[in-house]
Design a protein around this ligand. Sequence first.
Ligand code: PEP
Ligand code: MG
Length: 324
Amino acid sequence: VLDQLNSLKELPAITKDGYRLPLWVNTGLAADVARSLERGAEGIGLYRTEIPFMIRDCFPSEMEQLESYRTQLAAFAPALVTMRTLDIGGDKALPYFPIHEENPSLGWRGIRVTLDHPEIFMVQVRAMLRASVGLNNLRIMLPMVTSIHEVEEAIRQIERACRELNDEGYDVKRPPIGVMIEVPAAVYQTRRFARMVDFISVGSNDLTQYLLAVDRNNPRVAGLYASYHPAVLKALDFIVHEAHKEKKHVSICGEIAADPGGALLLMAMGYDVLSVNANNLLRVKYAIREVTLEDARQLLHRVRMMHDAEEIHQELRRSLKAFG
Ligand code: PEP
Ligand code: MG
């Protein structure tokens, strides 16, 4: 099987009937870049910028951030690199920026932190913009948004950073800006967000946690964390249709995309890009190459009739076997 997967490195993710689905990667550490390119990743759908922040003992300077961002951008250019602004809080802690809360998942995290600390946000955005000078393959993505005004404020700050840098003599352009849909409130505002931004990306890990009210890291309720819960699939279906009404590109970067069965469902729903971790890229590619788009659509049709996560999971397993 390993040999079979390795032989796919250079080949595109294309169905038997010629439908092409771009496969991008999620990165965090510098080492992810080489592994991803080697497996034929066509872009970065999620660079978790908080990961390099987590393995240090103080906030990195603009210059230090610039260097690590430049590495990711340069390695993939001209392919697109989607950098998420700092997503700390919740389950992601910085040792030098402690947050103590009773209920961190519902607390101060993601965009909420960075909008309260424009100095942190601006340094990061300036570093991203400076890193992309001459490459122009940067996209900026905002995590954990729930409200229109958060997006407006973040866009204002990014545009301000562009102006500042232009005044300082850097040739930066306003990059495409996108939002993550990862809380239920955002799901129902997808169309409104889509009008404001250039792209939408679904964070299905958090979205599942918040839709099902199940802590994604609590082993006691791990059995209830069901990526294939019908409510989750309905939300994923709804998001892509709403975003496409505004002709906006929709990707998904949560773990459901990295599961071959999930990937087929998402392709059938119409997701424009799947972003997966490098470890799963070839498995997903293999699954896509084994089916026709019509097979995947019929699978989605069957799954839409089901009302139980376990039943859906079984159906995906059974179908994947049948496809080869
Ligand atoms: C997600 O929530 O699905 C996601 C991709 O972001 P993270 O896992 O980093 O929270
Ligand atoms: Mg998330």
